[in-house]
Every structure is written in C-alpha cells, then in structure tokens.
Design a protein around this ligand. Structure first.
Ligand code: EPZ
Length: 423
C-alpha cells in the first residue's frame, strides 16, 4: 500500500494541465453499452475508478483497451451484440458509480442484474430515485439477494414522465441512458444540472439520441430504436482543477491551471476570491495567486451551480489557516466531515455540529501522519500537507488514486516536495 509524504511550507509556482473528468468518463463508458460496435472515449483520466468501470464492462463481455503513448487517455471499447447484463457485488462495492450500467443494460437488453451498492463513508447514498424513475419508464424492479433485478416486460422500456424528489447526478444520468432507447417520449423533471450530466447528453446525441434540455432541470428525450457507437471527448475535471486551484491559492502560490473551464466552477471561484485569492481567466485556463493569509469565508455545498460538495474538504484546508472563523455547511451528504478529525491532528481548530463545521483559522499547521477516509478527504489532506510545517504522511492513498491521476506528479513540478512511497 502506498503513502504520500510531503514536506510542507513551499508556495507552488508554475503551470499544470488538468485531466479529463472522472465523473464524465464513467457515464460515457457506461453509455457505450447502448450500441453494438467499436467506441472510443477520449480525455479519460488514468485512475482507479476508470479501471474499475473497464473491469465491469469486461466482465459483461466487452473489450476495453486503453491506448499507449500519446493515446494513453483514449479508451477503446468493443461492445458485442449480447453481454452478461450483470454488475457483481465485488465490483459495485469498490465503486458505486458501477450502478451507471443499470439504465443502459435494461434499455438495450430489457434486463439487468446490478448489485445494490450498500453504505458509503460519506453518507447513506440510496439509489431509490434511479429505481423509481426506471419504474416510470415501465421497468419492473425487484430487490433479491442484494441485487436489483430490473426487467422491461415487453423487452423495451416505454417513455414516461418522472420528477426526481432529490437532485441526483448519477440518477439523472442512469435514467437518461435508459430513456434514449425507450419507445416514445420521456420528460424528466428536477434533473441534476451538473456539467457531467450535460456532457453525457452530448455523448448520447453523438450516438444518435434525441435529447434536449441538459444543463436545465427538465430533460426531454425521444427514444430511438438504435444508436451508433460513441466517439466522445470528455470535459475537463472541474474537481481536479478546483483542487489544484486551492493548492495554488495556499500561502503565496502562483499557479496556472491549464485547460479548466471557469463556467464549471463559479461556485468555487467566488469563494476563492472572497478568501482573498486573485483569479485571472487566461485563454489557456485559470491562474490563481494566493497573497497573504486567507480571509475567512462561509459557504454551503449545493448542487450545481452551487459550491460542489466534492470541493468542500479542500476549501476547508484553505480556511483552516484563515484570519478568522468560517462556517462550512454540507447539505449534499450527511457524513462528509471525516477529514476534520485528521486536520485536527495537523493543528487545525475545527468543530462540527451536524451539517456545519466551524473553522477557526490558525496561523499554521504542523505536519503529522494522517489517514485518508475517502477520495476528496484524501485530496484535502494532501493540500494540508503542502501547507503544514514539517513532514506529513498521508496513508491509505488508494482513496486518492480512485479519482486523481497521480496528484503528486502534478504538484511536484510546481515545486511541492511530495513523493509516493511504500507504506
Ligand atoms: C455524484 O454521485 C458524483 N459521482 C459524486 O462524486 C458527487 O459527490 C455527487 O454526485 C454530488 O455531486 C459520480 O458522478 C460518479 P447524487 P451520486 O445521487 O450521483 C441522495 C467524487 O468524489 N440520493 O447526486 O452518487 C444522496 O444520498 C464523488 O467524485 C437519494 O437520496 O450523488 C445524496 O444525499 C463522490 N436517492 C444526494 O441525493 C437517490 O436515488 C446527491 O447524490 C440518489 C441520491
């Protein structure tokens, strides 16, 4: 098992390229199930969750190959006429996004067997909305032996209307993928507006789907009988970009994050500015300059275009050394403050009460061994290590590797004293 060791206290300077979005690549790969033939998804980051999705598709009978050299971010998928329409527990338990195959499977083959994901470190994360919406499209759903068994009784789903009770990203994506091959029109209300949902809609349109309204709360889909294989380039990763921007904003940094899209990150950018960072949009991306001690800022997480829950832990690190107190409210997941206990070990002064955390800025953090609990929490601990005086060891780096393509290789050229070692 690897650990990341950081000697902190060095402001970061230079340029870094953002990778493709994990959370756009995963649904695009799942969408390939919707058509027989040879597909290609470009700008796919090389990270553990993408490999898990590749294993899942291979388990079903697809061929999944990542390119080499200049093509290392292109994943080619060959989808056969028939597959084993099943997502086994062994894979779903390592990655909840495996549930994204449910919609495509039942849409194309009229049946699917997908393990229920179970609990998660950041919250309960049920998939009731996915299932209710699929029922509205005529799927019969049964829960047996820990698996969701979904069936389209006539072999094909029927268009229908559904309004989501909660804003769900993968729920919206799953049902969009189900509806594109359904018979007739589907209207989905209270949809997630995240850029990754809109990117999937574009990918589906490239396959021949008739879909409109993505990026708004109402998505309308006219089902078609057949789709063609996908060639799609996924959007830049706004969460990796945000993590790098926070890294640049720490203690006097000056970093250009190449390739990121400001319009995907307004919620974060507004709070970074309020904290005193200077942000400059340039044609290549976004430049951040961290000048002096951050100012305290209150923020609450919310669905897009609000402040992304996936950036909450990283932003908290910046506020941990602010000149005053900030209140952070997590509204999306019920248990997403696991990083707080670890930040306390580095000398932060944070108290939590339910959904809120009171972050009293301290003048400096001091390095210590810390334990990663989930993906974004581990990114936050790396940021804290960059800031802390002395040496910080981040253990359980496999959490980080699920969603970042070797974060240390992006930070080291910026001057960070960071290396990966065997724990
Ligand atoms: C997606 O998860 C992302 N994952 C998450 O990224 C992200 O944190 C989350 O959206 C919120 O932005 C992928 O895109 C693969 P939700 P998802 O369904 O779709 C409740 C990361 O670090 N809910 O939008 O699983 C749920 O419990 C990850 O990259 C229901 O109640 O999240 C939560 O409170 C972690 N019933 C809220 O909705 C449902 O059927 C939002 O969850 C579905 C969700």
């Amino acid at each position: 098992m690897d650990k990341i060791v950081i000697e902190g206290g060095v402001p970061l300077r230079g340029e870094v390229q953002v990778s493709g979005a994990k959370n756009a690549a995963l649904p695009a790969m799942a969408a390939s199930l919707l058509a027989e033939g040879d597909h290609a998804v470009a700008n796919v980051p090389d990270l553990a969750d993408v490999r898990t999705m590749g294993r899942l598709l291979a388990h079903m009978g697809c061929e999944v190959v990542r390119g080499a050299g200049d093509d290392r971010h292109v994943v080619s998928l060959r989808v056969p006429r028939s597959v084993i329409p099943e997502a086994p527990y062994e894979l779903v338990k390592t990655m909840r996004a495996s549930v994204l195959v449910l919609g495509p499977l039942v849409a194309r083959w009229g049946r699917a067997r997908v393990s229920l994901p179970g609990g998660c470190a950041i919250g309960a994360r049920p998939i009731d909305q996915h299932l209710k919406a699929l029922s509205a499209l005529g799927a019969e759903i049964a829960l047996e032996h820990g698996y969701v068994e979904a069936r389209a009784p006539s072999g094909r789903l029927q268009g229908g209307s559904f309004v989501f009770d909660v804003n769900t990203v993968t729920g919206t994506e799953n049902v969009m993928m189900a509806a594109v091959l359904a018979e007739g029109r589907t209207v989905l209300g209270n949809c997630a507006c995240e850029p990754e949902v809109a990117d999937l809609a574009r990918a589906l349109r490239e396959m021949g789907a008739s879909i409109e309204g993505e990026g708004t709360t109402e998505i309308r889909i006219d089902g078609v009988e057949r789709l063609r294989p996908l060639y799609h380039r996924v959007i830049p990763d706004r969460i990796e970009a945000g993590t790098l921007l926070v890294a640049g904003a720490l203690a006097g940094g000056d970093v250009l994050v190449r390739g990121c899209l400001a319009e995907h990150m307004e919620g974060l950018l507004e709070k970074l500015r309020a904290a005193g960072a200077t942000l400059e949009a340039v044609p290549a991306g976004l430049r951040v300059i961290g000048d002096g001690r951050p100012r305290p800022v209150d923020f609450r997480t919310a669905p897009f275009p609000g402040f992304a829950t996936d950036m909450q832990a990283q932003m908290m690190v910046l506020l941990a050394v602010a000149d005053g107190s900030s209140v952070v409210t997590e509204t999306v997941f019920e248990n997403r403050f696991m990083h707080v206990q670890e930040l306390l070990r580095l000398g932060a002064d944070i108290t939590t009460d339910g959904k809120t955390a009171l972050v009293k800025g301290v003048t400096e953090l001091s390095g210590a061994p810390v334990m990663a609990s989930d993906l974004r929490a581990s990114a936050a601990l790396v940021l804290a290590g960059l800031l802390a005086k002395g040496s910080t060891e981040v253990l359980r780096v496999y959490h980080l590797d699920r969603g970042y393509e070797r974060l240390e290789d992006k930070l080291a050229p910026l001057g960070a004293r960071i290396r990966r070692m065997k724990a």
